[in-house]
Design a protein around this ligand. Structure first.
Ligand code: DLL
Length: 433
């Protein structure tokens, strides 16, 4: 028998779903018009008012929203409810300069957790399961989101957060966890460690719900083999709530988007023209049920393809492909969002020249992160210990800006290849897409 968490919504006939989306969109636009001066001004600039929005066919009339709007409006400028109605914030991973702070009412949290519960049930979860959540807890949405979804399904929830691999494996084996939620890189690492520690036969895992970063089909097979489970992809972003915006069903041919909460569009990132389903472009979302922090035509910068073909799982919500890249320069390193400009800021603040290169790779399923910086002339004559002290200082400064550690190497002046056009700041050797 097929399992759904909210069958009437997840298998709703498309016509009915469109009517629901239209009704919710109209209401949402009125909500932001009345409560968010930032949105009202953007709409006025585009010459559109709530009277022009009768349903999803009018979505294209609305202005887009981008990460820079979120920065401009930081922290409270896009809040659509009084603070007294908000109960939580979450934030994007590790990015001081570019932090996105999202607000939630209790109702927003409830709907978000429903989406995560849908993902867990789609992966075969029931109240018989023991669900180990090793996404980070705290500002990052991974832990809190899957934790809430796991409660809703009725799983026994192990709120482990990330790190401390030995303890993770001990709980996993002692409590016979059946579902694992974490980033795919951490899942691969857990798998390796389980084998190394001779615990592979003691695992009871049947499913894993992995997301927050790009991962390939090869990585899926590798994790499945190491941990003896079926690995499911889950997608989401802080701006929209967190994990659970889309998730894989047993077909594993794209991720179903929770379309009763999020309307998806694909656009050409350069011209902003809306593209038909099936064409590759930038994913844009409009949240139609969020109270505190609604996102209207939010440009995710994730490049993907939408697929409206019916799915044999019975869910009627369209599917998105795995993200195939980004239309901005954001890197996701060990699950943390990193912009090259943040690294440049740190280097300049530390008195370093702007000749640097960021080299990212994936070795044994773990991201490596190296920053090579050309030494300023005055350091050349310094002793090795002085150079290594400076490197350590840079490591610390980068860690406090980004939230993750980089290997910093000071190299000889003019040793980083100069480009004839734009400087090549980032060399990403990972084959993720
Ligand atoms: O990563 C939310 C999340 C937590 C998703 C746990 C899944 C599991 P942010 O930190 O705001 O939120 O980062 C969002 O991560 O725009 C994508 O570029 C990327 N991303 C998220 N899920 C996937 C995935 C969380 N399954 C950004 N595959 C998004 C590839 C993903 N990239």
């Amino acid at each position: 028998m097929k399992q759904y968490y909210q069958p009437e919504i997840e298998t709703m006939p498309r016509e009915q779903l469109h009517a629901l989306q239209s009704e919710r969109l109209v209401k949402q636009i009125r909500h932001v018009w009345e409560n968010v001066p930032y949105y009202r001004q953007k709409m006025e600039e585009k010459g559109v008012t709530p009277e022009d929005i009768h349903g999803i066919e009018d979505l294209h009339k609305l202005p887009f929203l981008s990460k820079s709007d979120l920065r401009d409006a930081y922290p409270y400028g896009l809040l659509a409810e009084p603070l007294s109605a908000c109960v939580r914030i979450q934030s994007t991973s590790g990015t001081t300069g570019r932090r996105v702070v999202a607000f939630y009412t209790q109702h927003d949290i409830d709907l978000w957790e429903d989406c995560c519960a849908r993902a867990i049930v789609a992966a075969g979860g029931t109240n018989q399961d023991v669900c180990q959540v090793c996404y980070g807890y705290g500002l990052f949405t991974g832990g809190p989101g899957l934790n809430g979804g796991s409660h809703k399904v009725g799983c026994l929830t192990l709120p482990m957060s990330s790190g401390n691999t030995e303890r993770q494996l001990q709980f996993m084996t002692d409590l016979q966890a059946t579902i694992l939620c974490c980033t795919p890189s951490y899942a691969a690492y857990l798998g390796e460690s389980a084998i190394e520690m001779g615990l592979r036969d003691k695992l009871h895992l049947k499913a894993g719900i992995f997301g927050a970063e790009a991962w390939t089909e090869e990585m899926r097979h590798d994790i499945e083999q190491k941990l003896g489970l079926k690995a499911y992809d889950i997608y989401g972003l802080t701006e929209l709530s967190g994990p659970g915006v889309a998730f894989e069903c047993e077909e594993q041919h794209g991720m179903h988007i929770c379309e009763d909460h999020f309307i998806a569009e694909i656009i050409d990132p350069n011209t902003e023209e809306v593209l038909p389903y099936g064409q590759k472009g930038e994913l844009v979302f409009t949240s139609i049920t969020k109270e505190a922090f609604p996102m209207i035509r939010y440009r995710t910068r994730d490049i993907c393809v939408l697929n409206a073909e019916p799915c044999s799982c019975g869910r009627t919500h369209i599917r998105m492909s795995k993200p195939m890249g980004r239309s901005d320069d954001m890197l996701i390193i060990r699950g943390v969002n990193v912009f090259p400009s943040q690294i440049e800021t740190v280097l300049l603040n530390q008195g370093m020249p702007a000749n640097y290169q960021i080299i990212v790779d994936r070795v044994n399923n773990t991201d490596t992160f190296d920053v090579e910086v050309e030494m300023p002339a005055e350091l050349i004559s310094d002793s090795l210990s002085e150079i290594s002290r400076k490197e350590k200082e840079l490591v610390g400064a980068l860690r406090s800006m980004l939230g993750i550690s980089a290997n910093v190497r000071l190299v000889a002046p003019k040793s980083i290849a100069r480009s004839e056009g734009k400087a090549v700041r980032v060399i990403d050797k990972r084959k993720l897409y």
